[in-house]
Design a binder for this molecule. Structure first.
Ligand SMILES: [Zn+2]
Length: 262
């Protein structure tokens, strides 16, 4: 199957759809998946809902404490991100759609126009009143210096905004930017092969969008350690480490051994 897959991959317009499995080697746990933190811990899930976050100062204080010690902080891209970047640079991948909010694909050097972060990212903080954004690290430093629930310091119409701040990652109850969805639909419509990487396709809207296009005739490849509920739809199925398969693709198709030096 591998040989045929390599041949099809190199001759197709490919869109990659990435999930938590891509970033586990960077030390980031799966929050949204079937065995994710949010599923196992209902209190963490309640805090992840925008309504509760806005209404309850204790939930916000808790969230900021969590952000300080979060595995996201200081996480680095792993070999899977670098291999994907090589494939994009060589024109072998059209677009990377990621459900991850860690920002690691951009950190690996991939151009922003080649990535859709469908759930946003945690790299910036956002004022929910005036919309001001700034690097998350700036806000985390304020928390470290003692502000338990930091508020927006931007001056609006002569007074301090004071709005509630959160990360630019989408919370439950927040709407995904329709422009991002349109971008994903546009690319999937024009691709030949959808390559699902490190995702068990359990989280919408990405799961339902992918399945829709596969049912309309797009080829499907899945690389995921565990079986997924859509394995039966895949022409190319690898229950293997996503980093291994991506390195194999990059090394074989691009003859770019540099990818292994990361
Ligand atoms: Zn503000």
């Amino acid at each position: 199957m591998l040989e045929r897959f390599l041949e099809v991959f190199s001759n197709s317009k490919v869109v990659a759809v990435c999930g938590a499995g891509l970033s586990t080697a960077s030390g980031i746990p799966d929050y949204r998946g079937e065995n994710g933190v949010w599923v196992k811990d209902p209190r963490a899930l309640a805090g992840a809902h925008i309504k509760n976050y806005l209404a309850d100062v204790e939930i916000r204080k808790n969230a900021w404490r969590d952000r300080l010690s979060s595995p996201y902080r200081g996480a680095r891209p792993n070999i899977a991100h670098y291999a994907l970047d090589v494939l994009v640079q060589q024109g072998l991948l059209d677009l990377i759609v990621t459900q991850n909010v860690d920002g690691l694909q951009r950190m690996a050097g991939t151009a922003s126009k080649k990535i859709v972060e469908i759930h946003g990212n945690i790299n910036s903080s956002l004022c929910l009143s005036c919309g001001h954004t700034e690097p998350m690290e700036n806000t985390l430093i304020r928390v470290e210096e003692g502000e338990e629930d930091p508020r927006c310091l931007i001056e609006v119409d002569g007074s301090i905004c004071g709005g509630v701040i959160k990360s630019t990652a989408i919370s439950f109850g927040q709407k995904i930017d329709p422009e991002l969805i349109r971008n994903v639909q546009y690319s999937l419509e024009r691709c030949d092969l959808i390559l699902v990487l490190g995702s068990s396709l359990t989280v919408n809207p990405v799961a339902s969008i992918v399945v829709k296009w596969v049912r309309m005739g797009k080829e499907l490849g899945i690389v995921n350690l565990q079986p997924t509920r859509y394995d039966h739809l895949a022409q190319y199925l690898f229950h293997e480490d996503v980093g291994e398969i991506l390195c194999l693709l990059a090394d074989t198709l691009v003859e770019f051994p540099k990818v292994r030096s990361h």
